[in-house]
Design a protein. Structure first.
Length: 344
Protein backbone atom coordinates (compact mmCIF):
# COMPACT_ATOMS: atom_id res chain seq x y z
CA UNK A 1 0.00 0.00 0.00
CA UNK A 2 1.43 3.33 -0.99
CA UNK A 3 0.72 6.87 -2.08
CA UNK A 4 -0.98 9.32 0.26
CA UNK A 5 -3.61 10.28 -2.29
CA UNK A 6 -4.43 12.34 -5.32
CA UNK A 7 -3.48 15.68 -3.75
CA UNK A 8 -0.30 14.51 -2.00
CA UNK A 9 -1.56 14.94 1.55
CA UNK A 10 -1.64 12.08 4.06
CA UNK A 11 -5.12 10.56 4.49
CA UNK A 12 -6.44 10.13 8.02
CA UNK A 13 -8.76 7.13 8.26
CA UNK A 14 -11.19 7.06 11.19
CA UNK A 15 -11.78 3.57 12.61
CA UNK A 16 -14.95 3.54 14.68
CA UNK A 17 -17.47 1.05 15.97
CA UNK A 18 -19.63 0.54 19.05
CA UNK A 19 -18.46 -1.11 22.26
CA UNK A 20 -17.88 -4.83 21.72
CA UNK A 21 -18.05 -4.60 17.93
CA UNK A 22 -14.59 -6.14 17.49
CA UNK A 23 -12.83 -2.92 16.53
CA UNK A 24 -9.84 -3.46 18.85
CA UNK A 25 -9.37 -7.09 17.76
CA UNK A 26 -9.45 -6.02 14.13
CA UNK A 27 -6.92 -3.25 14.81
CA UNK A 28 -4.56 -5.63 16.62
CA UNK A 29 -4.47 -7.93 13.58
CA UNK A 30 -4.11 -5.01 11.18
CA UNK A 31 -1.10 -3.70 13.09
CA UNK A 32 0.72 -6.96 12.39
CA UNK A 33 0.07 -6.66 8.64
CA UNK A 34 3.16 -5.72 6.61
CA UNK A 35 0.92 -3.70 4.28
CA UNK A 36 0.63 -1.14 7.09
CA UNK A 37 4.39 -0.67 7.32
CA UNK A 38 4.14 3.01 6.37
CA UNK A 39 1.24 3.83 8.70
CA UNK A 40 0.87 5.87 11.89
CA UNK A 41 -1.87 4.62 14.22
CA UNK A 42 -3.39 6.82 16.91
CA UNK A 43 -5.25 4.96 19.66
CA UNK A 44 -6.56 5.79 23.11
CA UNK A 45 -4.59 3.33 25.18
CA UNK A 46 -1.90 0.86 24.13
CA UNK A 47 -3.12 -1.58 26.77
CA UNK A 48 -6.48 -2.04 25.07
CA UNK A 49 -4.86 -3.31 21.89
CA UNK A 50 -2.17 -5.56 23.39
CA UNK A 51 0.91 -4.62 21.39
CA UNK A 52 3.65 -6.16 23.50
CA UNK A 53 4.41 -8.92 20.99
CA UNK A 54 4.62 -6.36 18.19
CA UNK A 55 6.78 -3.70 19.83
CA UNK A 56 10.27 -3.00 18.52
CA UNK A 57 11.35 0.17 20.28
CA UNK A 58 10.21 3.53 21.56
CA UNK A 59 11.08 6.28 19.08
CA UNK A 60 9.59 9.29 20.87
CA UNK A 61 7.38 10.07 23.86
CA UNK A 62 4.27 7.84 23.54
CA UNK A 63 5.36 6.75 20.04
CA UNK A 64 6.56 3.19 19.44
CA UNK A 65 7.75 1.38 16.34
CA UNK A 66 6.09 -1.98 15.69
CA UNK A 67 7.64 -5.05 14.12
CA UNK A 68 5.47 -4.53 11.04
CA UNK A 69 7.16 -1.17 10.51
CA UNK A 70 4.17 1.04 11.37
CA UNK A 71 4.15 3.47 14.28
CA UNK A 72 1.67 3.57 17.11
CA UNK A 73 0.97 6.40 19.54
CA UNK A 74 -1.57 7.43 22.15
CA UNK A 75 -3.72 10.55 22.12
CA UNK A 76 -1.97 13.11 24.29
CA UNK A 77 -3.64 16.44 25.11
CA UNK A 78 -6.03 16.10 22.17
CA UNK A 79 -6.15 14.61 18.71
CA UNK A 80 -5.07 17.78 16.89
CA UNK A 81 -1.92 18.17 18.99
CA UNK A 82 -1.12 14.48 18.59
CA UNK A 83 -1.42 14.64 14.81
CA UNK A 84 0.56 17.89 14.67
CA UNK A 85 3.36 16.34 16.73
CA UNK A 86 3.43 13.22 14.54
CA UNK A 87 3.75 15.41 11.46
CA UNK A 88 6.56 17.45 13.05
CA UNK A 89 8.43 14.30 14.10
CA UNK A 90 8.15 12.87 10.59
CA UNK A 91 9.33 16.06 8.90
CA UNK A 92 12.29 16.35 11.25
CA UNK A 93 13.30 12.77 10.52
CA UNK A 94 12.82 11.62 14.12
CA UNK A 95 10.29 8.99 13.04
CA UNK A 96 9.94 7.16 9.71
CA UNK A 97 7.75 8.71 7.01
CA UNK A 98 4.16 7.48 6.97
CA UNK A 99 1.69 7.39 4.08
CA UNK A 100 -1.51 7.22 6.12
CA UNK A 101 -2.86 7.67 9.64
CA UNK A 102 -5.47 5.48 11.32
CA UNK A 103 -7.34 7.03 14.26
CA UNK A 104 -9.23 4.58 16.48
CA UNK A 105 -12.16 6.16 18.32
CA UNK A 106 -13.71 4.98 21.56
CA UNK A 107 -16.75 2.73 21.29
CA UNK A 108 -19.21 5.43 22.36
CA UNK A 109 -17.71 8.17 20.17
CA UNK A 110 -19.57 10.17 17.56
CA UNK A 111 -17.12 10.34 14.61
CA UNK A 112 -18.26 13.86 13.68
CA UNK A 113 -15.92 15.88 15.96
CA UNK A 114 -12.89 13.95 14.69
CA UNK A 115 -13.98 14.47 11.10
CA UNK A 116 -14.54 18.18 11.79
CA UNK A 117 -11.03 18.56 13.20
CA UNK A 118 -9.45 16.86 10.19
CA UNK A 119 -11.51 18.91 7.74
CA UNK A 120 -11.11 22.34 9.31
CA UNK A 121 -8.11 22.57 11.66
CA UNK A 122 -5.69 24.93 9.90
CA UNK A 123 -2.62 23.33 11.46
CA UNK A 124 -3.59 19.98 9.89
CA UNK A 125 -5.16 20.74 6.50
CA UNK A 126 -1.86 21.58 4.69
CA UNK A 127 -0.56 18.12 5.55
CA UNK A 128 -3.57 15.85 6.07
CA UNK A 129 -6.93 15.12 4.49
CA UNK A 130 -9.90 13.03 5.59
CA UNK A 131 -9.64 9.46 4.33
CA UNK A 132 -12.28 6.81 4.97
CA UNK A 133 -14.60 6.50 7.95
CA UNK A 134 -14.48 2.76 8.69
CA UNK A 135 -17.14 1.34 11.02
CA UNK A 136 -17.20 -2.13 12.59
CA UNK A 137 -20.55 -3.81 13.25
CA UNK A 138 -20.86 -6.94 15.38
CA UNK A 139 -22.59 -9.83 13.54
CA UNK A 140 -23.78 -11.27 16.85
CA UNK A 141 -25.28 -8.20 18.54
CA UNK A 142 -25.08 -5.51 15.87
CA UNK A 143 -28.77 -5.50 14.98
CA UNK A 144 -29.89 -4.84 18.57
CA UNK A 145 -27.04 -2.40 19.17
CA UNK A 146 -28.20 -0.27 16.25
CA UNK A 147 -31.77 -0.30 17.55
CA UNK A 148 -30.79 0.75 21.06
CA UNK A 149 -27.88 3.15 20.62
CA UNK A 150 -27.92 6.40 18.69
CA UNK A 151 -24.10 6.50 18.65
CA UNK A 152 -23.98 3.18 16.79
CA UNK A 153 -26.44 4.48 14.20
CA UNK A 154 -24.33 7.60 13.64
CA UNK A 155 -21.17 5.51 13.29
CA UNK A 156 -22.90 3.42 10.65
CA UNK A 157 -24.49 6.35 8.82
CA UNK A 158 -21.22 8.29 8.42
CA UNK A 159 -19.19 5.26 7.26
CA UNK A 160 -17.50 4.99 3.88
CA UNK A 161 -16.70 1.35 4.63
CA UNK A 162 -18.56 -1.02 6.97
CA UNK A 163 -16.85 -4.15 8.30
CA UNK A 164 -19.06 -6.92 9.65
CA UNK A 165 -17.09 -8.60 12.46
CA UNK A 166 -17.53 -11.90 14.34
CA UNK A 167 -19.03 -13.52 11.24
CA UNK A 168 -17.51 -16.83 12.37
CA UNK A 169 -19.83 -16.83 15.41
CA UNK A 170 -23.15 -16.80 13.54
CA UNK A 171 -24.77 -18.69 10.70
CA UNK A 172 -23.94 -17.49 7.20
CA UNK A 173 -27.63 -16.83 6.56
CA UNK A 174 -27.72 -14.48 9.56
CA UNK A 175 -24.77 -12.54 8.14
CA UNK A 176 -26.56 -12.21 4.81
CA UNK A 177 -29.68 -10.81 6.49
CA UNK A 178 -27.72 -8.33 8.61
CA UNK A 179 -25.59 -7.18 5.68
CA UNK A 180 -28.75 -6.46 3.71
CA UNK A 181 -30.04 -4.32 6.59
CA UNK A 182 -26.73 -2.48 6.77
CA UNK A 183 -26.76 -1.81 3.03
CA UNK A 184 -30.28 -0.44 3.34
CA UNK A 185 -29.15 1.79 6.19
CA UNK A 186 -26.09 3.10 4.33
CA UNK A 187 -26.37 2.35 0.61
CA UNK A 188 -23.36 4.55 -0.19
CA UNK A 189 -20.89 2.47 1.83
CA UNK A 190 -18.62 -0.40 0.78
CA UNK A 191 -18.96 -3.60 2.83
CA UNK A 192 -16.43 -6.20 4.00
CA UNK A 193 -16.71 -9.20 6.31
CA UNK A 194 -14.08 -10.16 8.89
CA UNK A 195 -13.74 -13.67 10.29
CA UNK A 196 -11.94 -14.22 13.61
CA UNK A 197 -11.14 -10.50 13.62
CA UNK A 198 -9.00 -10.80 10.49
CA UNK A 199 -9.16 -8.88 7.25
CA UNK A 200 -6.23 -7.93 4.97
CA UNK A 201 -5.17 -4.32 5.38
CA UNK A 202 -5.56 -3.79 1.64
CA UNK A 203 -9.25 -4.68 1.96
CA UNK A 204 -9.72 -2.11 4.73
CA UNK A 205 -7.77 0.95 3.60
CA UNK A 206 -8.05 0.78 -0.19
CA UNK A 207 -9.80 4.03 -1.12
CA UNK A 208 -10.22 3.21 -4.79
CA UNK A 209 -13.56 1.55 -4.01
CA UNK A 210 -14.91 4.28 -1.80
CA UNK A 211 -13.41 7.69 -2.41
CA UNK A 212 -15.06 8.74 -5.67
CA UNK A 213 -17.58 5.96 -6.22
CA UNK A 214 -20.91 7.53 -7.02
CA UNK A 215 -23.54 5.80 -4.87
CA UNK A 216 -25.91 4.71 -7.64
CA UNK A 217 -27.99 2.64 -5.22
CA UNK A 218 -29.08 5.82 -3.46
CA UNK A 219 -30.48 7.50 -6.54
CA UNK A 220 -33.83 5.71 -6.89
CA UNK A 221 -34.64 6.49 -3.26
CA UNK A 222 -33.85 10.18 -3.78
CA UNK A 223 -36.19 10.19 -6.76
CA UNK A 224 -38.83 8.63 -4.54
CA UNK A 225 -38.44 11.52 -2.11
CA UNK A 226 -38.83 14.03 -4.94
CA UNK A 227 -42.15 12.48 -5.87
CA UNK A 228 -43.45 13.38 -2.44
CA UNK A 229 -42.61 10.36 -0.33
CA UNK A 230 -40.89 11.68 2.79
CA UNK A 231 -40.32 8.32 4.42
CA UNK A 232 -36.74 7.87 5.65
CA UNK A 233 -34.31 7.02 2.85
CA UNK A 234 -32.12 4.09 3.79
CA UNK A 235 -33.79 3.69 7.21
CA UNK A 236 -31.67 2.39 10.06
CA UNK A 237 -32.72 -0.61 12.09
CA UNK A 238 -35.92 -0.76 14.08
CA UNK A 239 -37.85 2.05 15.69
CA UNK A 240 -35.73 4.83 17.06
CA UNK A 241 -35.75 8.51 17.91
CA UNK A 242 -34.04 9.82 14.80
CA UNK A 243 -34.73 9.23 11.13
CA UNK A 244 -31.39 9.25 9.30
CA UNK A 245 -31.73 9.68 5.56
CA UNK A 246 -29.18 9.26 2.79
CA UNK A 247 -29.87 10.91 -0.53
CA UNK A 248 -27.99 12.21 -3.55
CA UNK A 249 -28.50 15.56 -5.27
CA UNK A 250 -27.45 15.37 -8.92
CA UNK A 251 -26.59 18.71 -10.53
CA UNK A 252 -27.84 19.52 -14.01
CA UNK A 253 -25.06 21.96 -14.82
CA UNK A 254 -21.80 23.35 -13.35
CA UNK A 255 -22.13 25.81 -10.50
CA UNK A 256 -20.55 29.12 -9.59
CA UNK A 257 -18.51 28.35 -6.50
CA UNK A 258 -19.01 31.61 -4.51
CA UNK A 259 -22.80 31.45 -4.83
CA UNK A 260 -22.93 27.72 -4.15
CA UNK A 261 -20.70 27.87 -1.11
CA UNK A 262 -22.78 30.71 0.34
CA UNK A 263 -25.84 28.49 0.06
CA UNK A 264 -24.13 25.44 1.58
CA UNK A 265 -22.57 27.40 4.45
CA UNK A 266 -25.98 28.89 5.28
CA UNK A 267 -27.54 25.42 5.17
CA UNK A 268 -24.90 23.98 7.52
CA UNK A 269 -25.20 26.97 9.85
CA UNK A 270 -28.97 26.57 10.11
CA UNK A 271 -29.32 22.78 9.93
CA UNK A 272 -25.88 21.52 10.91
CA UNK A 273 -27.24 19.71 13.95
CA UNK A 274 -29.28 17.57 11.56
CA UNK A 275 -26.62 17.03 8.90
CA UNK A 276 -24.18 14.27 9.79
CA UNK A 277 -22.16 14.50 6.60
CA UNK A 278 -22.04 16.06 3.12
CA UNK A 279 -19.69 14.78 0.42
CA UNK A 280 -19.43 14.93 -3.34
CA UNK A 281 -17.79 16.30 -6.49
CA UNK A 282 -18.93 19.43 -8.34
CA UNK A 283 -18.24 20.92 -11.74
CA UNK A 284 -17.42 24.64 -11.74
CA UNK A 285 -18.33 27.27 -14.34
CA UNK A 286 -14.82 28.77 -14.26
CA UNK A 287 -12.67 25.62 -14.32
CA UNK A 288 -12.85 22.15 -15.85
CA UNK A 289 -11.34 20.62 -12.71
CA UNK A 290 -13.84 19.21 -10.19
CA UNK A 291 -14.20 20.56 -6.67
CA UNK A 292 -14.35 18.25 -3.66
CA UNK A 293 -17.26 19.05 -1.34
CA UNK A 294 -17.02 17.80 2.23
CA UNK A 295 -18.83 18.97 5.32
CA UNK A 296 -19.66 17.62 8.76
CA UNK A 297 -22.48 19.20 10.76
CA UNK A 298 -21.67 22.95 10.91
CA UNK A 299 -18.22 22.67 9.31
CA UNK A 300 -17.56 23.03 5.56
CA UNK A 301 -14.15 22.00 4.24
CA UNK A 302 -12.29 24.71 2.25
CA UNK A 303 -12.20 24.71 -1.56
CA UNK A 304 -10.16 21.77 -2.90
CA UNK A 305 -9.79 21.05 -6.64
CA UNK A 306 -8.72 17.73 -8.15
CA UNK A 307 -6.47 17.69 -11.24
CA UNK A 308 -9.21 15.97 -13.27
CA UNK A 309 -12.42 13.98 -12.90
CA UNK A 310 -11.59 10.56 -11.39
CA UNK A 311 -12.49 7.44 -13.34
CA UNK A 312 -16.16 6.61 -13.10
CA UNK A 313 -17.22 10.22 -12.43
CA UNK A 314 -18.16 13.11 -14.69
CA UNK A 315 -19.40 16.68 -14.68
CA UNK A 316 -21.55 18.40 -13.62
CA UNK A 317 -21.35 16.46 -10.34
CA UNK A 318 -23.32 15.22 -7.36
CA UNK A 319 -23.59 15.62 -3.57
CA UNK A 320 -24.50 12.97 -1.01
CA UNK A 321 -26.31 14.13 2.14
CA UNK A 322 -26.46 12.01 5.29
CA UNK A 323 -28.93 13.76 7.57
CA UNK A 324 -31.27 13.27 10.49
CA UNK A 325 -34.85 14.57 10.28
CA UNK A 326 -34.14 16.31 6.97
CA UNK A 327 -35.68 15.23 3.68
CA UNK A 328 -34.33 15.13 0.16
CA UNK A 329 -37.26 17.27 -0.91
CA UNK A 330 -36.31 20.04 1.52
CA UNK A 331 -32.73 20.12 0.21
CA UNK A 332 -33.95 19.96 -3.38
CA UNK A 333 -36.34 22.89 -2.93
CA UNK A 334 -33.66 24.97 -1.23
CA UNK A 335 -31.03 24.28 -3.86
CA UNK A 336 -33.44 24.73 -6.77
CA UNK A 337 -34.04 28.28 -5.68
CA UNK A 338 -30.43 29.01 -6.66
CA UNK A 339 -29.45 26.45 -9.29
CA UNK A 340 -32.55 24.47 -10.17
CA UNK A 341 -30.80 21.06 -10.07
CA UNK A 342 -32.63 17.78 -10.37
CA UNK A 343 -32.56 15.15 -7.66
CA UNK A 344 -31.65 11.89 -9.34
Amino acid sequence: MSSPGLDGRVPIHVLTGFLGSGKTTLLRHLLADKDLADTAVVINEFGEVGLDHLLVREVAEDVVLLSSGCMCCTVRDDLVSTLSELNALMRSGEIPAFARVVVETTGMADPAPIMQAILSEQSLTPWFRLGQVITTVDAVNGDQTLIRHREARQQLATADRVILTKSDLVEESDCVVLLEKLRTANPGATFSTASNGRLPARAVFDESETRWRRPESILPMAANARSGNDAPLGPLMGHHDDAIRTFTVQLERPVEWPVFVDWLELLLANRGDSILRVKGLLGMTDDERPVVVQGVQHVLYPLDRLPSWPAGTAAPGWIVFIARDLTARAIENSLRSVYEPSVA
